[in-house]
Unconditional design. Structure first.
Length: 485
């Protein structure tokens, strides 16, 4: 979607939208609109929507009102996103090609204006490439938004938000694509395309390279698949010579469970078991596109978990790159096996100042927190607070979960250094404890279990059904708050 800025309202505008604070109807509208809005009980509540037709200069013009709630509240930006999103949701397939968004007299500042535009931009994402028989009325018609009377500085600031939206779109694309389209090698190829010419450096390890490094845990997971595994690092050096922050993602492009195979119903969801890797790739794209003043490295471990004659068996013992041995009691607890080698590698290669990993790691996380919060585990209170704050600011919400020695004990193995599962209880915590065993020298580290956040069965305020793009804004905001300031 194209977003343009102009000073004067185009004379041929057929759809004119206004952002309306609670109880503050724009002045100068036709009486019929004021009347209609009042009859429809439109008050300007966040996300509330009203539209009506009027005659202007002999033409029929559609006038839309999107509610933004009260100014000055904590949720102000989220509310403005809702207002923008309401416009996108209403007009995406309405037949309208252009919305003229009239912000003159709205009282918004330039950041608030961008928030409304971001909501509009994010909510208009669709992925229809496999739908070849769509009826005309199902197709997206909206092509552009022309913003009139934007506050000073909006257009310049929008460039940063457009980069963010591009990153979120990329994450959603990777997550939405099925596993016959996005597998380790094609995941890397899509990244190579997207990052081409951006100034980011991509490092790709193939199976031989990983074998050489001793990544037996990651390789064990991919061993039953025809698709070769990959490790991808995306480096961005936009800062000085300080140590980078590292983002690490679980990229299981399909998780059948392996020999500990999952039941058939719902297994299709496991195409998005690369949601952590997708979020890291999208966040890196956003950060790189807006030329973040920070050193950042994004690392994703990419594998497909399949049952096969060559697949690893329950009970197999693998040696991770760290040298620690792991008894693989359940081949479906594969995410931690991929992450432990990716985490060890990023530390030896980049000595990051901080590490945050993102993974659709456990079904238990979904049971605990549903689709409202990602679960966050951290060995460092400051990093935990920074992440929680970024979550509150962006709407990518997190909830902190505990770690501790009593949980750690639960993954001790009688025959090797650890086993890859604990008892049924506290399943998300023992998974986090497993990862913690691969963090060296108490480097500040946080693990975000986003199993409930990557995919949505119902539309949310800036997404439709399907891939949400969760995590991209969280990482972007964390970098803004803690490195760029
Ligand atoms: N990818 C799954 C976790 C998952 C489940 C994510 C549902 C999103 C929705 C993960 O690899 C897995 O299978 N975890 C097991 C771990 C268990 C075997 C200890 C689980 O949660 O059942
Ligand atoms: Mn699994
Ligand atoms: Zn998995």
């Amino acid at each position: 979607m194209q977003i343009n800025f102009t000073d004067t309202r185009p004379s041929d505008a057929r759809l004119v939208a206004h952002i309306v604070d609670k109880g503050k109807m724009p002045s100068g509208l036709e009486a019929s609109i004021d009347e209609g809005a009042s009859v429809a009980r439109f008050e300007g509540k966040p996300g509330q929507f009203f539209d009506s037709f009027v005659e202007r200069g002999g033409k029929t013009v559609r006038v839309a009102l999107a509610g933004a709630g009260e100014p000055g509240v904590d949720a102000r930006h989220a509310n403005l996103e809702k207002a923008g999103a309401a416009l996108a949701a209403s007009y995406l397939t309405s037949g309208a090609k252009e919305i003229v968004l009239d912000l003159s007299g709205s009282g918004l500042d330039h950041i608030e204006a961008c928030a409304a535009l971001l909501g509009l931009r994010l909510r208009s994402w669709r992925y229809d490439i496999y739908r070849t028989r769509m009826k005309d009325e199902q197709k997206v018609t909206l092509e552009s938004v022309t913003v009139v009377g934007a506050p000073d500085g909006t257009e310049a600031e929008w460039a940063n938000y457009a980069a963010l939206a591009e990153g979120i779109d990329f994450t959603r694309e990777l997550v939405a694509e099925p596993a016959n389209k996005v597998y380790p090698v094609s995941f890397v190829e899509r990244c190579e395309k997207r990052f081409d010419g951006t100034g980011a450096k991509l490092v790709v390890l193939d199976e031989d390279a990983m074998e050489e490094l001793g990544m037996g845990a990651l390789l064990g997971v991919g061993q039953g698949s025809e698709q070769p595994s990959r490790l991808l690092a995306i480096e961005w050096n936009g800062g000085g010579d300080e140590k980078p922050i590292a983002f690490v993602g679980k990229g299981v492009t399909f998780d059948t469970g392996g020999i500990s195979i999952k039941p058939g119903p719902g297994m299709w969801d496991m195409k998005w078991d690369m949601g952590g890797a997708g979020a890291v790739a999208g966040a890196m794209l956003a950060l790189v596109k807006r030329k973040a003043k920070a050193n950042i490295v994004g690392v994703v471990g990419l594998v497909e978990n399949m049952p096969d004659g060559k697949a690893q068996r329950p009970g197999d013992i693998v040696t991770s790159m760290s040298g620690q041995t792991i008894e693989v009691l359940n081949t479906d607890a594969e995410g931690r096996l991929v992450l432990c080698d990716a985490l060890h590698w990023v530390q030896t290669e980049y000595s990051p100042a901080r590490i945050v990993d993102f993974a659709t790691l456990t079904g238990a996380m979904l049971i605990a927190l549903g689709n409202e919060h990602g679960g966050m585990f951290a060995n460092d209170d400051t990093l935990a607070e920074d992440l929680l704050a970024a979550g509150r600011q962006t709407g990518d919400k997190l909830w902190r979960m505990p770690l501790g020695p009593a949980y750690d004990k639960l993954i001790d193995s009688p025959i090797s250094d650890m086993k890859n599962i604990g008892p049924r209880e506290a399943g998300s915590i023992t998974a986090a404890q497993f990862l913690k065993r691969f963090i060296m020298d108490d480097t500040p580290w946080a693990h975000c279990d986003i199993a409930g956040m990557v995919w949505s069965e119902k539309p949310g305020h800036t997404w439709g059904k399907g891939a949400t793009g969760y995590g991209v804004r969280l990482m972007d905001q964390l970098v803004r708050n803690t490195i760029e300031n």
